[in-house]
Design a protein around this ligand. Structure first.
Ligand code: NAP
Length: 251
């Protein structure tokens, strides 16, 4: 049985990495998917094409989640396209580790993380309240980080932990405010194979991290996407405000 049949799902930042894998997994489970992106239109269109070539339904919609007016527009465009929003994943995240993001000052990195990961998540959740209350139900998934709880050395991890712990704290209070109509749960990935691990991580550092992981490997975007399918589906209907770590048993 398909777990998300007849559902409409919006995934922010679905043009690459974990968001892309979620879009593919949700479509496989029968959802009609909105592939949100900010800059990477070609990548987003490729995800949509992959879904359609497998017989699924998807559209790409541009919106910068750091701008509440663009979030409102993303919601309105989704409603016009699919009529409702059953599931929303706040996956979009600032890239402070690769490309131009890696060259930003610490202050600029922190600003980006706060604007996109934290304020973007809050803006989307608040904008969804009247929508999901009007529908009588809705499911939200927010993205945290396993090491936000336990800590990890370095300046980038300090900033990432501050923001992702903020996402966790916000989500739990949101869950307690808007249940039973809106369920919100949190995914906390650990070390996941992404462009950062492929482009930037040196071999010795990579192997040192693997030696600490009980399951002996980095996670994949697909590992995170399968947990997202569970949290989006009725299989998790008695869960809200809960965080699931997908980290191979690390922390
Ligand atoms: P990624 O490959 O860098 O993808 C980030 C996505 O976010 C892209 O699709 C990007 O779209 C989008 N995005 C960035 N800024 C945006 C904005 N202002 N508005 C809308 N979309 C925006 O990232 P990832 O590694 O898959 O991570 C996905 C999520 O998991 C993030 O929240 C991240 O913090 C979290 N996470 C990842 C890991 C990990 O190891 N990878 C660990 C813990 C948590 P455009 O390219 O179109 O701008």
């Amino acid at each position: 049985m398909l777990q998300l049949e007849q559902k409409t799902a919006v995934i922010t930042g679905a043009s690459s990495g974990i968001g892309r894998s979620m879009a593919l997994a949700f479509a496989r489970e029968g959802a009609r998917v909105v592939v949100n992106y900010n800059n990477s239109v070609a990548r987003a269109e490729t995800v949509v094409s992959e879904i359609r070539s497998n017989g699924g339904h998807a559209v790409a919609i541009q919106a910068n989640v750091g701008h509440p007016d663009q979030v409102e527009n993303l919601i309105r465009t989704t409603q016009a396209e699919f009529g409702k929003i059953d599931i929303w994943v706040n996956n979009a995240g600032a890239d402070i580790l690769t490309g131009s993001g890696a060259k930003l000052s610490d202050e600029e990195k922190l600003h980006q993380l706060i604007e996109i990961d934290l304020k973007g998540t809050i803006a989307c959740c608040w904008a969804l309240v009247p929508v999901m209350q009007g529908q009588g139900r809705g499911v939200i998934i927010n993205m945290s980080w396993d090491l936000a709880i336990h800590g990890f050395h370095g300046r980038n991890p300090q900033m990432f932990a501050a923001v992702k712990a903020g996402v966790l704290g916000f989500s739990r209070s949101f869950a307690s405010t808007y249940g039973p109509v809106i369920r919100v749960n949190i995914l906390a990935p650990g070390w996941i194979h992404t462009s950062f691990t492929e482009e930037m991580m040196d071999r010795k550092y990579y192997e040192a991290r693997i030696s600490e992981i009980p399951l002996g490997r980095f996670g994949t975007p697909e590992d995170v996407a399968e947990a997202a399918v569970f949290l989006a589906s009725d299989a998790s209907s008695y869960m809200t405000g809960e965080m699931i770590k997908i980290n191979g048993g690390l922390s």
